[in-house]
Design a protein around this ligand. Structure first.
Ligand code: SF4
Length: 352
């Protein structure tokens, strides 16, 4: 496994940067000046930080970099969605997505290179887990997207729904959350940040204790362990009841509504009976249901259900008082299903 040697400013908290300034015999206010260059003015090199002395900039660059990643390619779609392929210092690549829905501008970030969860409908699972992303690599995805926006656009939301299971990279994800939320960092309100998990129950319980009121989205995709374990192999060790209990605890402590994500797969989890089981499972939980017809991945033999089946599924949930949103498949024409761009890149590399 390759170790990332150089520390990037995007990996550091304000307190850590202030401590660094003290060690380098500079006043502590320099830390906020540096962070303002990075997060407000989009600086990517120390040379751009014109209010720091040349000597300080030189010393900083001996052991630090402002950022440690760069944008490889940006793929656009007619909906205003743009997919970023980001190049890491160890030559790995990850994906991030910029989504525009009216005034809502969202950055969707990855948390791992690959993923160990091997969900049966996801391109990322095909390549397995390579490594966790560092705090800086997570933060920089948002920074690249923010720096790419037009002058009259503002980033409003961040979702941890890209490649990887965020709660399996717990420490780096929580630190990046704090940097994204901080007034000296990216300044995005906690209620505008969503962590999406496949159901790491212990991680959900830990996150509830962090004192950051971020939204929680749980990828459920089935109402019983038999079907869920077929779609998400890691479910065998966790179990749906454990996940639902952790979700209730998260709500009790944070008072934030929970979202449940449900990918509809024809012939697997999309029947009326599946919707009825779901209603029983979620009884008494304050939650929203986000239903998404499967975004087909060429490598799998799975397809989304018909429009009639989707409607019947959603109506059954609504009849029992669940709030249901059917999400659009915005990324179809840019291979935006999680991990597909990275997978394509691997295939090109393998071919060459
Ligand atoms: S859906 Fe998410 S958790 Fe599942 S394999 Fe893909 S990236 Fe991992």
């Amino acid at each position: 496994m390759i170790k990332i040697q150089t520390v990037s400013i995007t990996s550091l908290s304000l307190a850590e940067l202030e401590a660094l300034c003290i060690v380098m015999k500079e006043p502590v206010y320099r830390a906020r000046q540096i962070l303002s260059w990075v997060y407000d003015k989009g600086a990517t090199t120390f040379d751009q930080m014109s209010n720091l002395s040349k000597d300080f900039r030189r010393k900083l660059s001996e052991k630090h970099r402002v950022i440690q990643t760069n944008v490889d390619t940006i793929t656009q779609t007619a909906h205003g969605t743009e997919k970023f392929l980001i190049h890491l210092a160890d030559d790995n690549v990850i994906e991030s997505v910029l989504l525009r829905e009216g005034k809502r501008i969202t950055a969707c970030v990855s948390t791992q290179v690959g993923c160990a969860m091997a969900c049966r409908f996801c391109a990322s699972g095909l390549l397995g887990l390579e490594r966790n992303l560092t705090t800086g690599e997570i933060v920089e995805q948002v920074l690249h997207i923010k720096n790419h926006l037009l002058p009259d656009e503002h980033l409003t939301n961040i979702v941890f729904m890209g490649i990887g299971e965020p709660l399996a990279n717990y420490d780096n994800v929580v630190k990046s959350l704090r940097i994204m939320n901080a007034e000296w960092g990216l300044g995005i309100g906690a209620r505008h940040i969503t962590i999406s998990t496949v159901g790491a129950a212990d991680g959900i319980r830990r996150l509830a204790q962090e004192g950051i009121q971020v939204n929680l989205a749980i990828s459920l995709h089935a109402a019983d362990d038999m079907i869920r374990s077929q779609i998400i192999p890691s479910n065998k060790k966790i179990g749906i009841k454990n996940i639902i209990a952790a979700a209730r605890e998260y709500f009790e402590i944070t008072r934030r509504d929970i979202s449940f994500e449900y990918i509809l797969i024809d012939g697997v989890n999309a029947a009326k009976q599946d919707a009825e089981s779901l209603v029983q499972l979620l009884k008494g939980i304050q939650c929203n249901m986000n239903v998404l017809p499967l975004n087909p991945v060429k490598e799998f033999n799975l397809k989304p259900p018909s429009r009639e089946t989707i409607e019947l599924f959603c109506k059954t949930l609504e009849k029992h008082g669940l709030v249901v949103t059917v999400r659009k498949k915005k990324g179809d024409n840019i291979n935006a299903a999680c991990g597909q761009l990275r997978l394509q890149r691997h295939k090109i590399l393998w071919k060459n």
